[in-house]
Design a protein around this ligand. Structure first.
Ligand code: TYD
Length: 135
């Protein structure tokens, strides 16, 4: 199936707030539309650094700004969209076949990612021209 940037929706992450703070929770196939097989997070990101710069062939992901903020540009080879994430109760669904660039990190900006598959380098497009040709 060919996905587009319109399939990359913002998902509400359920939140419990009390006078002791906030708790956001993510459940496979419940708050998000796939089973989570892997979680990773990127942090200590220097000012001006960019992450991403790739697309996936089969992988679905949810990206959450667990702290701080950053912007994500998503690109399906035809159209692009910029999304600003700064709220741990919002997750961006990224489907297969979407190039993403993550930048404009605030101090402490932490990218929390939940993924539908284990790590597999063969699932990446890391060259934009190859991605563009194939999608
Ligand atoms: P990469 O996916 O390019 O990170 P980002 O999208 O945040 O820029 O991965 C960076 C490096 O980490 C790369 O060498 C692959 C490795 N890596 C793993 O070994 N396992 C993983 O689950 C992930 C996401 C990356």
């Amino acid at each position: 199936m060919k996905y587009t940037i319109d399939d990359c929706t913002i998902i509400d992450i359920p939140k419990k707030h009390s006078d002791r703070g906030s708790l956001s929770l993510v459940e496979s196939n419940n708050s998000i539309p796939f089973e989570i097989k892997r979680v990773y997070f990127t942090y200590d990101i220097p000012s001006g650094a960019e992450r991403g710069g790739h697309a996936h062939k089969e992988l679905f992901q949810i990206i959450i700004a667990a702290s701080g903020s950053f912007s994500i540009t998503i690109d399906d080879g035809q159209n692009t969209r910029d999304i600003f994430l700064n709220n741990p109760s919002k997750g961006l669904l990224i489907t297969p076949g979407i190039w993403r660039e993550i930048k404009n990190f605030s101090s402490g900006g932490t990218v929390l990612v939940m993924a539908s598959e284990l790590y597999n380098e063969d699932d990446y497009y890391r060259n934009y021209d190859t991605f563009k040709e194939l999608v």
